[in-house]
Design a binder for this molecule. Structure first.
Ligand SMILES: Cc1cc2nc3c(=O)[nH]c(=O)nc-3n(C[C@H](O)[C@H](O)[C@H](O)COP(=O)(O)OP(=O)(O)OC[C@H]3O[C@@H](n4cnc5c(N)ncnc54)[C@H](O)[C@@H]3O)c2cc1C
Length: 433
């Protein structure tokens, strides 16, 4: 019997170190350089950030998203989950620990599908934290349904020439290269007719038309690019995996990406719950503390239960990924975690905001940003509705229809069968009367 909810003492000591380190050393970066974590370091910032990265490396916690078999130094998804829930409270922390999205997912697919030369050129610098990357899949007219993508590449001698538009390619503005998903064969089903290419951002024809920002961000600092691929010529060696492999590769990437977002969301939601509790214990109104009001106690109890359920589900799913080493096999739970994540973060942050009164909705507290983060999490790596559909389909696979007019659990028939099974005893009971 092994069913254990404890972290081993050595790793717990590392987690305790990480927790204090993030609070004391990394969170100040969020306050002085907000939304700058994906901008290449200036000399001044490098002086502040590089020594922090060195400390993380010395602790053996740098870039732990990939295991040694894929070129990283990771310990698996479960341990990563325990670390990521600490990093989730800070924007800069994933950068300082070398495990920020989307670079983690991008590194993972290069590790799985890249040639030795692609790994040398892209994976190693990514793992070293020397460059950023962007994943360029969504198109202006199609996001949730990749079969609608039209950006395409034509073979021209030893090269491929890419044409089309991509939307919301995060961090493209500061990335050294893009991983772009394009149609390479219209004769077969889209699931077999799309391919991925590794495209250096400075390739002629990569036109960043607009850098779209999220709501509330300054216009000129958006990180989600609308890109026109305008006759972008790349050599055949830029193909990642085989021709027609894009869907399989995307599943590898998005499986990891989704669970990593969920891990960080635990930290974000826990921060909201901590804030809610502190405020409830500090604010006096109508004769008692907020903490003594039953409405507020309900907020706290619901938030605690929601967070704990979500956390255990994320940890269980991470454990499954480690156990089976196969995202497809764990697809149902990854999708379920992904679909649950926005609601958990939204609900806890919303209650925390309400408990803070006017201050809660102000720009002097980070709570509205969390609500906005929850909305974004409902779209990043696919909308909630699509993931719920996946969960439902997978759950239904383990069930079958009844061949009778009445459901299997129809009581009259079950009762009749039970009576027949126990008829000897029932007769005896009657006889005794
Ligand atoms: C912060 C952020 C970062 C992102 N980063 C990247 C990135 O780096 N690279 C990238 O390629 N993309 C990125 N995206 C885009 C993201 O992947 C898409 O937004 C997502 O796939 C949905 O596509 P869409 O926005 O075109 O919405 P649509 O496909 O138009 O869907 C809109 C809505 O329609 C409904 N819907 C759609 N399909 C179904 C269905 N099958 N069943 C029921 N309802 C459905 C859902 O409610 C959905 O939210 C990012 C998005 C955000 C918000």
């Amino acid at each position: 019997m092994s069913w254990d909810f404890e972290t081993d003492a050595d790793y717990q000591a590392l987690l305790d170190w990480a927790d204090q380190f993030v609070r004391e050393e990394v969170e100040p970066l969020d306050l002085v350089w907000p939304n700058q974590e994906f901008v290449p370091l200036t000399d001044a910032r490098r002086k502040a950030v590089d020594p922090l990265k060195d400390q993380v490396r010395r602790k053996g916690l740098w870039a732990t998203h990939l295991g040694p078999e894929l070129g990283g130094q990771g310990y698996g998804q479960l341990k990563l989950a325990l670390l990521n829930e600490i990093l989730g409270r800070s924007q800069w922390a994933p950068i300082v620990f070398g495990c920020q999205a989307p670079d983690t997912g991008n590194a993972e697919i290069i590790a799985h599908y890249g040639t030795p030369e692609q790994k040398r050129r892209y994976l190693q610098p990514l793992l070293n934290g020397e460059m950023f990357s962007s994943y360029s899949m969504t198109e202006p007219q199609a996001g949730a349904d990749p079969t609608q993508f039209t950006t395409h590449a034509e073979r021209d001698g030893d090269d491929w020439v890419i044409n089309g538009w991509k939307f919301f390619s995060s961090n493209a503005r500061t990335a050294s290269f893009l991983i772009v998903m394009v149609v390479t064969n219209t004769e077969v089903s889209p699931y077999k007719g799309m391919s991925m290419f590794l495209v250096p951002t400075d390739t002629p024809g990569v036109e960043m038309v607009r850098n779209v920002g999220l709501y509330g961000e300054p216009d000129d600092e958006g990180m989600h690019a609308l890109i026109h691929y305008n006759n972008v010529r790349v050599p055949h060696e830029a193909l990642l995996g085989g021709e027609g492999q894009a869907f399989a590769i995307a599943q590898t990437r998005l499986g990891g990406g989704r669970i990593h977002h969920a891990m960080r969301t635990i930290g974000f939601a826990r921060q909201a719950l901590d804030m809610m509790c502190e405020r409830a214990l500090s604010r006096q109104t109508a004769g008692s503390l907020l903490a003594d009001k039953q409405f507020i106690q309900g907020f706290i109890a619901d938030s605690y239960a929601q967070l704990t359920q979500f956390r255990l589900f994320v940890l269980y799913t991470a454990w499954e990924i480690d156990k089976y080493n196969d995202y497809k096999r764990v697809r149902k739970d990854i999708a379920a975690v992904k679909a649950t994540m926005p609601t958990v973060l939204h609900d806890i942050a919303w209650r925390a905001m309400q408990v803070h009164g006017a201050l809660g909705v102000s720009n002097e507290m980070p709570l509205f940003k969390m609500i906005h983060g929850a909305a974004a999490m409902g779209l990043v790596d696919g909308p909630t509705e699509v993931h719920k559909t996946t969960v439902a389909r997978q759950v239904l696979r383990d069930h079958s229809p009844t061949d009778d007019m009445w459901p299997t659990e129809w009581l009259p028939r079950k009762r009749e069968a039970a009576r027949a099974k126990l008829s000897d005893y029932l007769d005896a009971e009657v006889g005794n009367l």
